[in-house]
Design a protein around this ligand. Structure first.
Ligand code: RB5
Length: 146
């Protein structure tokens, strides 16, 4: 599984910790920044990550901003992206089983790094259930075509 990771200044610190955690746990990933805590506009980084998942260059994306909200709004505007702004392991699991999420977003100002690691363990290791949920995902795809 190839993972792409990005953050704005609000998510800079947590993103760096997540990069260390991914490395320690032998995940294949690319960190596209930011690499300084200087203020940037979150749509720029979120769009890059979302586009790279949408065009299958990467399988999954992780985005961090201050709240996780801005980057999730941007990511969900890109065709084929199902992003979850997640702060607990149950939502992480359900978002994979039912929604086949391909991007997870975190609020770097609101979540402890240890909690983010627990969430990532679940999110990266839970499969989509398919079945009745496939039909629902297909309906999302139909909306994207409108
Ligand atoms: C930046 O201050 C902040 O607005 C951004 O990181 C994010 O939380 C937006 O949703």
């Amino acid at each position: 599984m190839k993972i792409i990771l990005g953050a704005d200044h609000g998510g800079y610190e947590l993103k760096n910790n997540i990069a260390l955690w991914l490395k320690e746990n032998n995940y294949q990933f690319e960190d596209i920044g930011v690499f300084t805590p200087d203020s940037v506009d979150y749509p720029d980084i979120a769009y890059k990550v979302a586009k790279s998942v949408s065009n299958s260059e990467f399988d999954r994306g992780i985005l961090v901003c201050g709240s996780g909200v801005g980057v999730s709004i941007v990511a969900n505007k890109v065709k084929g992206i199902r992003a979850v702004n997640c702060h607990d392991t149950v939502t992480a699991r359900l978002s994979r089983q039912h929604n086949n999420t391909n991007i997870i977003t975190f609020g770097g100002r609101f979540i402890a790094k240890e909690m983010a690691y627990e969430i990532l363990k679940v999110w990266l290791n839970t499969e989509f259930e398919g079945g009745r949920h496939t039909n629902r995902i297909n309906k999302i795809k139909q909306i994207e075509e409108k």
